[in-house]
Design a protein around this ligand. Structure first.
Ligand code: CO
Length: 157
């Protein structure tokens, strides 16, 4: 495993639509391993492939000791709404509030190519939506309100 550089806001890759992962091979698994290591080193709770310079549809969320790895994810159900502060490893030093669903059901593939489905509420729902939007070239900061600077180490996605 290796740490990768996090791409920060202003770089074009973060604004592009990521491409489908056609074949889940060793290379893809290696990128996922690196993403997890990089996310943990940066105290993040989520990371999407474009954030390490890979324009492919996959992301990782880690919350409460559970790792959610999703390849070619699709959000299949949402309900309710919440508006909480969130941050992003690609937008260091800032947090802002974004309206998100309170509940999200997301499906995708795992490393073995099997279909997996996860449900999330509250912060997990925020993280799924935030990471999913990275795959469509959307940064939370583009739609956030109450953007403010953060001095402390926050959990970032
Ligand atoms: Co982010």
């Amino acid at each position: 495993m290796a740490l990768r550089n996090i791409v920060v806001q202003g770089e074009e890759i973060l604004t592009k639509r990521a491409k489908e992962v056609k074949e889940i091979n060793e290379h893809v698994c290696m990128i996922l391993d690196d993403m997890l290591e990089t996310m943990r080193a940066e105290n993040g709770i989520g990371i999407a492939a474009p954030q390490v310079g890979v324009l492919r549809r996959m992301f990782i969320v880690e919350l409460e000791d559970q790792v959610y790895e999703l390849i070619n994810p699709e959000i299949i159900e949402t309900s309710g709404s919440q508006c909480e502060y969130e941050g992003c490893l690609s937008v260091p030093g800032l947090i802002g509030r974004v309206e998100r669903p309170q509940y999200v059901k997301i499906a995708g593939q795992n490393r073995q190519g099997q279909r997996v489905e996860y449900e999330g509420t509250e912060l997990l729902a925020v993280a799924f939506c935030h990471e999913y939007e990275h795959l469509d070239g959307i940064l939370y900061i583009d739609k956030a309100t109450d953007i403010c600077e953060t001095e402390e180490e926050e959990t970032e996605e």
